[in-house]
Design a protein around this ligand. Structure first.
Ligand code: MG
Length: 206
């Protein structure tokens, strides 16, 4: 098994009247974060941590800020691309740890929701997501939100895939479904689940 660690950091400036998004969660607050995208400082730091673990560049090299396609973009797009990169390279996320530094809003009351949302987006258990927050004491940075993130990746072992397949084959219903799919394909019928998928992905975000 091989493991990789990644680190990401980001900052955005607060502005009145802008919607606040943190960790993919819309948060009720009079100020939001300015950015070319939705300004989600936490997702940007996690995205950079993932790309850093893979040593494939950073969020700016994949999504240049000058590109109009990313104007007000939902930052989950960036995160999803980094996750795809990890999967393609044969890695899965072991855990993620983050620290937010901001004067307001208070993160304590929403940290459970934040953890849940980030875990959902990363497709890992909430217990594998650390959300910590600090106020910028003595830094004179109350106008900013800063996020730090570290992520640990491990290789997806072939054995894990086999074990999952074995477990599935113990279920008679799964066996029946697989057999009927194979028989269907042999008779030229499309296999299950493929008919609604488009032939190619038109949503090219690179
Ligand atoms: Mg950013």
């Amino acid at each position: 098994m091989s493991m990789r660690i990644g680190y990401g950091w980001d900052s955005h400036e607060f502005k009145k009247g802008v919607p606040l998004k943190l960790g993919g969660l819309a948060i009720d607050h009079p100020q939001g974060l300015l950015g070319h995208s939705d300004g989600d400082v936490l997702l940007h730091a996690i995205t950079d941590a993932l790309l850093g673990a893979l040593a494939v560049g950073d969020i700016g090299s994949f999504f240049p800020p000058g590109d109009t396609r990313w104007k007000d973009a939902d930052s989950t797009i960036f995160l999803n691309l980094a996750m795809e990169e990890a999967q393609t390279a044969g890695y899965r996320i072991v855990n993620v740890d983050t620290t937010l530094i901001l004067a307001a809003p208070k993160i304590g009351p929403i940290s459970g929701d934040l953890r849940q949302r980030v875990a959902e987006l990363l497709r890992i258990a909430p217990g594998a997501v650390g959300i910590k927050a600090k106020t910028p004491e003595g830094l004179n940075q109350d106008h900013l939100a800063v996020a730090h993130a570290v992520v640990l990746l491990e290789t997806i072992e072939e054995e894990d895939g086999l074990r999952e397949m074995e477990a599935a084959m113990d279920d008679p219903q799964t066996v029946e479904a697989v057999v009927s799919e194979l028989v269907g394909e042999a008779h030229g019928r499309p296999s299950r689940g493929t008919s609604s998928r488009p032939d190619f992905d038109t949503d090219d975000i690179t």
